[in-house]
Design a protein around this ligand. Structure first.
Ligand SMILES: C[S@@+](CC[C@H](N)C(=O)[O-])C[C@H]1O[C@@H](n2cnc3c(N)ncnc32)[C@H](O)[C@@H]1O
Length: 202
């Protein structure tokens, strides 16, 4: 059995395959299941440090794709060609700033693996995660093309059902998913929205 905090099989696999974090296997699984990433897409990755989602997404979108990463901290990997990094607090960043700083007007996919700095106080951590995930959804609704998709992590707690309802209302398909690579002790789930019904007027 893997002790909490000790390197688990996903961690060792990520290291051996040159990925910056074990989180890559969550995105890989959800991409396999839901077909999120495709060549040529413009993808916004919120909470992109240390960079494993950027690494995986860049392989999938290829040279014709565009990747924009946002985080408080710079990625630990070099940014793939054709991508850009915005160092910012998601809670303060506006959609117009993303467009201006990246040069990308609209996105096919908005990913958010943003996680707050945890305190160990369950309700406080869940509230902080919900605030970040709501900000990610607001950003996605402002920047996605009609038909675009959204995938965001949130710690399960009060208010998450409402977030899922918002996603179900805005997208043709809305659902929650817990990937295999997510530690069973973790409260995190991922909310997926596929096929934005209508872009928010600008
Ligand atoms: C679990 S990590 C993301 C891992 C990443 N998907 C990867 O595969 O490498 C969560 C990230 O959220 C970022 N974060 C937390 N609060 C944030 C905020 N208010 N604005 C922007 N990024 C934030 C943290 O700095 C951290 O790098």
């Amino acid at each position: 059995m893997t002790r909490p905090g000790s390197p688990d099989a996903y961690y060792r696999r990520a290291k051996s395959q040159g990925y910056a974090a074990r989180s890559v296997f969550k995105l890989q699984e959800m991409d396999r299941r839901y077909g999120l990433l495709r060549p040529g897409q413009a993808v916004l990755d919120l909470g992109c440090h240390p960079g494993s989602w950027l690494q995986f997404a860049s392989q999938k979108v290829g040279r014709s794709g565009r990747l924009v990463g946002v985080d408080l901290q710079e990625p630990g990997v070099s940014m793939p060609q054709g991508s850009c990094f915005i160092q910012a607090d998601l809670l303060e960043l506006t959609a117009a700033e993303v467009q201006e700083r990246s040069g990308v007007e609209v996105f096919d996919l908005v990913l958010s693996d943003v996680a707050p700095h945890t305190t160990g106080i369950k309700d406080r951590d869940a509230a902080a995660s919900l605030e970040l995930s709501q900000a990610a959804l607001d950003m996605a609704l402002a920047l996605l093309k009609p038909g675009g998709s959204f995938l965001a992590k949130v710690f399960f707690g009060p208010g998450v059902e409402d977030l899922i309802r918002q996603v179900k209302g805005a997208f043709k398909l809305g659902k929650a998913h817990k990937p295999d690579a997510s530690r069973s002790a973790s409260k995190e789930i991922y909310i997926l929205g596929r096929g934005l019904k209508q872009a928010r007027p600008g």
